[in-house]
Design a protein around this ligand. Structure first.
Ligand SMILES: CC(C)(COP(=O)(O)OP(=O)(O)OC[C@H]1O[C@@H](n2cnc3c(N)ncnc32)[C@H](O)[C@@H]1OP(=O)(O)O)[C@@H](O)C(=O)NCCC(=O)NCCS
Length: 183
């Protein structure tokens, strides 16, 4: 899908960590759920924790996030990694049961943070770029927890994923099913 908008999609690395758009830059819901719930840290400290996570996960797994830019400004963000690097996946009822399955990557966030740029094909383009990246790296599937009745959810609504070829893997919580695409 072509967006018709001039965008650049960049891997997240040391040099652009500061560009992760808010509110995502200071959100550790998936990475450090206990710290997120306790809210003892301030925004700046959460941003530091988030950057630590990115540096460690990039070293261990490789690219684990992307930023979309328009005219040099970040407008969207995505994050993905093996499930054991995203502890917060355990808090969802529609979760992967049992041991971490080899070769399955969890998409925790896909968010067009700048509202002006929604509904223009950018989300789909970002998702397809991630899918291509993971295919090239030899992974077997990508999963996410989507939301059924509305889009307000870290990675967006069920319909968006159905449209992009995902199927429902676990429907224990019908509002937030686990969805999977074989790569
Ligand atoms: C959901 C989201 C990622 C989709 O990205 P997008 O660039 O707006 O979507 P696209 O233009 O690529 O849409 C592709 C298709 O996905 C589906 N889709 C997109 N947004 C949808 C929505 N809100 N509800 C249902 N389906 C949706 C549609 O089928 C759409 O195709 P169509 O326009 O031909 O009908 C984006 O709109 C977003 O980030 N919304 C905010 C979500 C939010 O509040 N997140 C909280 C994070 S903590």
């Amino acid at each position: 899908m072509e967006t018709g908008i001039d965008i650049e999609i960049e891997d997240i690395n040391k040099s652009n960590l500061e560009d992760i758009p808010e509110p995502c830059g200071g959100c550790v819901y998936w990475e450090f759920p206990a710290e997120f719930d306790q809210k003892k840290l301030d925004r700046r400290q959460f941003q530091i924790r988030k950057r630590e996570w990115f540096e460690k996960t990039t070293q261990e797994f490789g690219t684990c996030g992307k930023i979309v830019y328009h005219e040099g400004k970040p407008i969207a963000y995505a994050q993905y990694a093996p499930r054991d690097q995203l502890v917060g996946t355990g808090r969802h009822e529609s979760k992967q049961l049992g041991k971490v399955e080899e070769g399955v990557i969890f998409l925790s966030c896909l968010y067009i943070t700048n509202k002006k740029f929604r509904d223009k094909g950018i989300g789909e383009k970002l998702l397809q770029t991630i899918i291509e990246d993971l295919r090239r790296r030899g992974y077997k599937a990508i999963e996410t927890v989507a939301r059924r009745t509305e889009a307000y959810n870290p990675s967006g609504p069920v319909l968006f994923y159905v449209r992009n070829g995902f199927h429902i893997k676990n429907n224990t919580d019908p509002e937030y099913p686990l969805m999977r695409l074989f790569l």
